[in-house]
Design a protein around this ligand. Structure first.
Ligand SMILES: Cc1cc2nc3c(=O)[nH]c(=O)nc-3n(C[C@H](O)[C@H](O)[C@H](O)COP(=O)(O)OP(=O)(O)OC[C@H]3O[C@@H](n4cnc5c(N)ncnc54)[C@H](O)[C@@H]3O)c2cc1C
Length: 437
């Protein structure tokens, strides 16, 4: 049994950002990781995926992009290298190949059991990510035999699919990206569309993420929105990161030949049933996109960026067939594969703390797990800010939570727990990146 003040579980960017913030506060800790650093990006993503956030927008505490392509979008090997480089640069105390199998209360602290021994700690940070499992709806149980079911976690590329038609369920970033790639491979795609968020890749000459960052949209606090429960469920924006900076919305997919259908509501007797809500979902997405663009235009005017930006424009509404079919036979051999791009959920099967709600989600206040003092969670959607689940959001959330954790430790037993203060936690890093002193 080993002892440490804080155990961080998970060495993705969020766990590493937390590690850096604890190091700055001289709080001794360990980061336990079941795989290698950046495990999710190494093992759970499809081959062609690039970040949909530009290079400049992956800022971590003391670490940022300084290459010559700030507006480019990282490939998966580049993301892994970036996060690996961060772990090295901050000398994060990561124990790899160490899977946490249980976390439980132990006196006034926690017992963390792993497949490589046990740890006792005063506080624990859950940085295991929000996307551990595919969120496949119940309707998948009724898929007829002979049709392969895949999720974005086990899809790699079109070569893995049988020849023939593919139904993609879900039209958020993942669903539209996979629909395009698979349709271009010669397999006709039908896309079941429900609530989605539409945005152009670029607007008035700049990346849409640049505008949202500058206008403060991504910094909105969890305490500032009317309905945080709903805000935490908003789907990812239909965006793709490509060197050509293309917009990938439903109009683009329709032009390619992808068939748009409503939300998949059931499969009965081998027949897929779609809701009649396609037109409404598209109209709502158009409306919300235009509201975002209005807000950006207002910001451009107020901030003096108006003159140096391109002219305001509005995009054609999403085109929908007059009467899109409400059913599709899944037994006639046309559809060979269904891809469930219906989101992800976290896996807390190893968490032995009374902190989950009825839906298995952690009950927390901006990452502070109130029912379990000294326990924190990071990396969830809209945890503390709209950008919380993005790489760019981890830094500010980690700093806030590290402050809280430090106060908790001081309150618990006075300052005696503290290690000697590190006067300069910054370290030199390979060219192209920097760690602040
Ligand atoms: C398809 C996809 C595309 C995305 N694109 C972008 C993008 O373009 N830009 C952007 O900023 N964000 C993007 N994100 C969102 C976000 O950056 C990722 O979800 C990110 O991986 C979350 O980081 P994290 O550190 O919270 O979790 P993760 O990166 O998932 O890290 C969690 C770590 O915990 C480990 N772990 C889990 N359980 C255990 C256990 N029991 N014991 C030990 N270790 C454990 C995992 O192995 C993993 O390494 C994307 C997400 C997905 C799924």
């Amino acid at each position: 049994m080993r002892s440490v003040t804080t155990v961080i579980i998970g060495a993705g960017h969020a766990g590493l950002a937390m590690s850096r913030c604890l190091t700055e506060r001289a709080i001794d800790h360990v980061v336990l990781e079941r795989g290698a650093v950046a495990n999710s990006w190494r093992t759970e993503r499809w081959d062609s995926l690039r970040l949909l956030t530009p290079n400049w927008q992956s800022r971590l505490p003391g670490y940022s992009y300084e290459g010559d392509d700030p507006d480019g979008y990282r490939t998966m090997p580049e993301v892994v290298a970036f996060i690996d480089g961060y772990a090295e640069a901050i000398s994060a105390p990561v124990e790899t190949s160490t899977r946490v199998t249980r976390v439980s209360v132990d006196g006034d602290g926690y017992l963390v059991v792993t497949d490589r021994g046990e740890w006792r700690c005063r506080s624990v940070v859950l940085a295991t990510g929000a996307c551990n499992l595919p969120n496949v709806p119940k309707v998948a149980d009724a898929v007829p035999a002979g049709i392969a079911s895949l999720t974005p976690m086990n899809y790699r590329n079109p070569d893995q699919l049988a020849e023939g038609g593919v139904m993609v369920v879900g039209a958020s970033a993942t669903g539209v990206q996979l629909s395009e790639e698979i349709h271009r491979s010669g397999r006709p795609v039908t896309l079941a569309v429900s609530e989605h968020v539409r945005a152009p890749r670029t607007y008035r000459g700049r990346d849409i993420q640049w505008w949202m960052d500058r206008a403060g949209v991504l910094d909105e606090r969890y305490t500032e929105v009317d309905d945080i429960v709903r805000a935490r469920k908003v789907p990812s924006i239909q965006l793709i990161g490509t060197p050509a900076r293309t917009t990938l919305d439903l109009n683009a997919l329709r032009r390619l030949g992808v068939k748009l259908r409503g939300r998949l509501v059931g499969i009965v007797d081998g027949k897929a049933q779609f809701s009649g809500s396609l037109r409404n979902h598209c109209a709502l997405a158009d409306l919300k996109m235009n509201r975002l663009l209005d807000a950006i235009d207002d910001f451009a005017t107020e901030s003096g960026l108006h003159a140096e930006s391109g002219p305001p424009t509005r995009f054609p509404p999403t085109e929908v067939d007059e009467s899109p079919p409400l059913g599709m036979d899944l037994r006639n051999g046309e559809i060979k594969t269904i891809i469930w791009a219906t989101g992800y959920r976290p896996d807390y099967s190893w968490l032995d703390l009374p902190v989950l709600d009825r839906k298995g989600q952690i009950v927390h206040d901006g990452g502070v797990i109130m029912q379990s003092p000294g326990a924190y969670v990071i990396g969830l959607q809209f945890l503390r800010r709209r950008k919380s689940a993005l790489i760019d959001g981890a830094g500010s959330d980690a700093a806030d939570l590290a402050d809280h954790l430090e106060s908790f430790l001081v309150g618990q037993s006075g300052p005696a727990w503290k290690l000697p203060t590190v006067s300069n936690p910054g370290v030199p890093v390979p060219s192209g990146r920097k760690v602040a002193a």
